[in-house]
Design a protein around this ligand. Structure first.
Ligand SMILES: C[S@@+](CC[C@H](N)C(=O)[O-])C[C@H]1O[C@@H](n2cnc3c(N)ncnc32)[C@H](O)[C@@H]1O
Length: 575
């Protein structure tokens, strides 16, 4: 099958793999053409499809070439008109011939489509197409200024020179203007319209700015490590958005605490390949001086009573999760189709066809809509749970894993603060984990409690979206203490959850031997999370902990997010 047939079958939704475009291409074992080429062709054709559909219709291509399907026609016309090398097929190939015999008519219609859009050149048309793509976006581009390398004022005067200050995120999203919004909750965070790509900017390459969703900045800010908290652990660190955010805060506190022992960050990442990504991000961000990376190191295998970590007062845990709050990754791009051969052509009112299998969209339209069944692993690979029961089982397994990791964090002898976060929308991974932790033996023995809203750092106290009371067994205080973010509520953020735990720490010394003992107890039974969730090998049982708490979960840690994806097409440090 040619590149064009294979790409058409992906866009037609015939591919055996579900989920977003990326996983349909990269997880499809049957594909013969280079995956990167298929992906790029599909993305570009979708982007240009409103123009190309008009060109195909007005040139009557489908009426003349009955063997072409609408999607094939779009793909081939895209390459004829816009690809550097033209159609990637031999001159004698039937598909290429079917398009090239209409070359002059297609080119003329393309010029007319450009003029209709009042664009003086093809590059002006490309800008117009790009702007259109983002015009309905509900999400700005969030950018964190990395204070280890720069300041907000410096960046406003350089990278964002020419941008007008906006009063709200909604203003940034509303118009075509170059607007910038300085966030009211998270320090050193700005939002700009999504069509502006900063990945090629000098500031991004030098680590002065980091592309990070606002909600993803909540954990490090909520943890609020102070000089008195000593060292900090990031237990699930790659790719490093939160580690580098932590580093900028810890660094500023180190500077302020003259003469005191400077705090360090210990960053653990179980997956060796992802740990290299972490290293790259930490180095670029200038955080390497205060961050010690533990490559391929399972956080659950760290002894909480180890002398090396005796100064760790704060921990940030952001474990692998269903990824159901991530924006855009579960969608197929819009594809505008030409009218099919034999039907009346539509030139002005193109029908926007979402050429995904679009089961999700259908569900949203149904009255009795089912909950989201899409799960995304740490590498962005998507799996769709086959049934409600399947989804529940997977969420429970994730919940057990997250609980086990977090419980481990609460055992560190000098720890006084810890945050727990996910980019999931599901209660099982969020409020339910918090409730279970609060009821755990470790929390009760060591005096861990949830950090109430009124004791939180100002921006988090002011953030209005809180945990759901019905997910917290009706406990209003716990719900208020939990922080949520919803992906489509107009605030321009991803779906997210975070809660902080604190304790006064009178009981810790007496507990150290007990913590050590917990480490030595034999393994628990295998974890029940099935590896199809992540495409990872079966669970490593050797790191299971046995405590009354982990028994409650009936589980040790699964291998989550461990190298199941292909990092070769890793696109930077964006969320
Ligand atoms: C959601 S991602 C973390 C994202 C990261 N905090 C950030 O903001 O860039 C979860 C990471 O935890 C790692 N992980 C999962 N289980 C782990 C464990 N037991 N020990 C250490 N890392 C683990 C995964 O490989 C993955 O890279």
């Amino acid at each position: 099958m040619s590149l064009y047939h294979e790409t058409a079958s992906i866009l037609d939704g015939d591919a055996p793999t579900g989920g977003n475009l990326r996983s349909r291409v990269f997880n499809n074992k049957d594909i013969k053409s280079p995956r990167g080429q298929i992906y790029a062709l599909a993305v570009e054709t979708c982007k240009w499809s409103s123009v190309l559909a008009e060109v195909v219709d007005n040139s009557q291509l489908l009426q003349c070439e009955r063997k072409l399907t609408p999607v094939l026609a779009l793909l081939l016309v895209h390459d004829l008109l816009l690809a550097k090398g033209g159609i990637a097929l031999p001159v004698s190939h039937g598909l290429r011939a079917a398009i090239e015999r209409h070359r002059s008519r297609l080119t003329a219609e393309f010029t007319r489509a450009r003029i209709r859009r009042k664009c003086s050149s093809v590059s002006a048309l490309a800008e117009h197409v790009e702007a259109l793509l983002h015009s309905t976006s509900k999400h700005p581009r969030w950018i964190r200024v990395n204070t280890l390398k720069s300041t907000l004022d410096d960046q406003l005067a350089t990278t964002f020179d020419g941008y007008q200050r906006a009063a709200s995120v909604q203003d940034v999203l509303a118009g075509p203007a170059k607007l910038i919004y300085v966030d009211e909750h998270i320090p050193n965070l700005v939002a700009v319209p999504p069509r502006f790509d900063f990945a090629k900017s000098g500031a991004y390459k030098s680590g002065a700015i980091i592309l990070q969703d606002k909600a993803s900045c909540f954990p490090a800010y909520l943890l609020d490590p102070q000089a008195a908290d000593g060292d900090v652990i990031d237990g699930c660190a790659a790719p490093g958005n939160k580690t580098t955010h932590l580093a900028s805060i810890v660094h500023s506190r180190n500077q302020a605490a003259e003469g005191a022992l400077h705090a360090k960050i210990y960053a653990f990442e179980k997956d060796a390949k992802r740990a290299k990504t972490l290293e790259k991000m930490v180095t670029t961000a200038g955080s390497d001086g205060i961050t010690q990376i533990h490559y391929g190191h399972d956080f659950l295998k760290v002894d909480p009573a180890d002398e090396k970590f005796s100064r760790v007062g704060a921990l940030l845990l952001d474990p692998s999760c269903s990824g159901s709050g991530i924006v855009g990754r579960d969608d197929m791009p819009d594809l505008h189709l030409p009218a099919a051969a034999g039907t009346k052509t539509q030139t002005k009112t193109q029908k926007s066809a979402k050429v995904s299998a679009s089961k999700k969209r259908k569900r949203e339209d149904d009255d009795d809509a089912e909950p989201e069944k899409i799960l995304i692993d740490d590498d962005g690979n998507t799996t769709v749970a086959s049934s409600e029961k399947d989804l529940k089982a997977r969420l429970q397994a994730l919940s057990d894993f997250q609980f086990t990791l977090m419980l481990h964090a609460l055992k560190f002898s000098a720890a006084r603060k810890a945050t727990y976060s996910t980019c999931s929308i599901h209660a099982e991974e969020n409020e339910h984990v918090v409730l279970r932790l609060l009821q755990s033996d470790i929390a009760q023995q060591r005096g861990w409690r949830i950090l109430p809203r009124d004791a939180q750092v100002k921006g988090m106290r002011d953030w209005p979206v809180r945990g759901q009371v019905d997910f917290c067994d009706g406990d209003m205080q716990v719900a208020e203490a939990c922080i949520r973010a919803h992906k489509d509520d107009g605030r321009g953020v991803m779906g997210f959850f975070v809660a902080a735990f604190v304790r006064d720490g009178q009981q810790d010394e007496s507990l150290v031997p007990e913590i050590r003992q917990v480490q030595k107890v034999p393994n628990q039974p295998a974890y029940e999370l099935d590896s199809t969730l992540t495409g990872s090998p079966p669970a490593d049982q050797s790191s299971s902990l046995l405590s009354s708490d982990s028994k409650a979960g009936g589980a040790g840690p699964p291998e989550l997010g461990a190298g199941s994806g292909d990092d070769s097409d890793w696109g930077g440090f964006d969320d």
